[in-house]
Design a protein around this ligand. Structure first.
Ligand code: NAD
Ligand code: ZN
Length: 349
């Protein structure tokens, strides 16, 4: 089969021919319907120094995957060949307390996981290929009726990650609250919709690109702001008495965006850092405002993925998708890096 391999750090991936995967006991092979191109893959290609992560190339890219069950290993029950499925991407040990709750992102026995702190496309072979080997059936979720694997693929990360981040702030996202989404790309355009579908907060979208803001408005953002030095003040001005935003979700994570997030957050509010651009936010006694909680989040849990798939199946979360064939995956990544895409690029082998 064909596979898009990252062969070394600081390189672009290459399309190569590899043997088809064969499922061992308990494993599942998924025929890929779609595999999303995440900005994290650009960080993998360009930003990480060797040794920065607990695993190394070579591996096939693609950690947002959905398709159809192709082959079942010995002992797998309850799945059928041809059945449409989504793949839960963070692969933990499966048995520690967090994994048992389905929060495999925070597996506490990483040495016993298939790969420590990763999964398919993150240290192990991922879904930018014809087939994906999934190490356990617990990582394979049947798709709800009517959900196309091409659309479901980006839900497994670009949907699940903002859902998990937003869910943590639900108690603060009351009808009088304001939520801010910084960076309306693959993750952020889902965040706007998730906020609209699951809370009654006002939503402010922030991006450097007008076309990203247009997309945010089409999904119901109440206000869209071009990112710049006055953005935090503009956010405050849009809130009652200039009090600031109850929850800010930063899907960029650069110094500039974290500065906006910190300065825009209301006392007792939340700042959640999702983007991994590597910026920092200085915290002093009264800056950000008193009792602002600053948190990072990594991906989401298996039960949350089921909730995200359900939201999408009911039409409440609609990924904006541009498809590319596997031969053009490198082009898709280059266009993502150049800021030429809106929503999510999905590779369809
Ligand atoms: P993307 O490239 O699709 O979207 C990023 C958006 O941010 C773009 O619309 C871009 O125009 C905008 N942007 C860039 N600089 C900005 C600025 N200064 N102000 C406002 N907007 C700005 O990327 P994506 O795939 O949505 O990923 C977003 C980030 O989240 C990446 O850093 C990615 O690695 C990270 N990520 C984190 C997790 C996690 O679990 N924490 C999971 C997936 C992705
Ligand atoms: Zn675990």
């Amino acid at each position: 089969m064909r596979a898009l391999k990252l062969t070394a750090w600081k390189t672009e991936p290459e399309l190569v021919e590899v043997p088809d995967p064969v499922p061992g006991p308990g494993e599942v092979v998924v025929r890929i319907g779609g595999s999303g191109a995440c900005h994290s893959d650009l960080h993998l290609m360009h930003d990480f120094e060797p040794g920065a992560l607990p695993w190394n190339p070579p591996f096939t890219l693609g950690h947002e995957n959905a398709g159809w069950v192709h082959a079942l290993g010995q002992g797998v029950r309850g799945l059928e060949e041809g059945q449409p499925v989504a793949v839960y991407g963070p692969w933990g040990c499966g048995t520690c307390e967090h994994c048992a709750l389905g929060i495999e992102t925070y597996c506490e026995k990483p040495a016993e996981a298939p790969v420590p702190g990763g999964g398919g496309g993150l240290g192990l072979d991922g879904g930018m290929a014809d087939y994906l080997l999934v190490p356990s059936q617990r990582l394979v979720l049947p798709l709800p009726e009517g959900l196309d694997p091409v659309v479901a693929a980006p839900l497994t990360d670009a949907g699940l990650t903002p859902y998990h981040a937003i869910r943590r702030s639900w108690p603060k996202l009351t009808p009088t609250a304001t939520a801010v989404v910084i960076g309306v790309g693959g993750l952020g355009h889902m965040a706007v919709q998730i906020l609209k579908a699951t809370t009654s907060a006002r939503v402010i979208a922030v991006d450097t690109r007008p076309e990203a803001l247009k997309l945010a408005e089409s999904f119901g953002a109440d206000l869209a702001l071009i990112s710049g030095k006055d953005t935090a003040a503009e956010i405050r001005k849009a809130t009652p008495n200039g009090r600031g935003a109850d929850a800010v979700f930063d899907f960029v994570g650069a110094d500039a965006t974290l500065a906006i997030a910190g300065a825009a957050a209301r006392m007792l509010g939340d700042v959640t850092v999702v983007g991994i651009a590597g910026g920092s936010l200085p915290v002093t006694f009264n800056s950000p405002a008193y009792e602002v909680s600053v948190q990072s989040t990594y991906w989401g849990s298996r039960p949350e993925l089921a909730e995200v798939l359900d939201l999408a199946a009911r039409g409440l979360l609609v990924p904006e998708v541009t498809t590319f064939p596997l031969e053009e995956a490198v082009t898709a990544y280059r266009r993502l890096a150049a800021g030429e895409l809106t929503g999510r690029a999905v590779i369809v082998p």
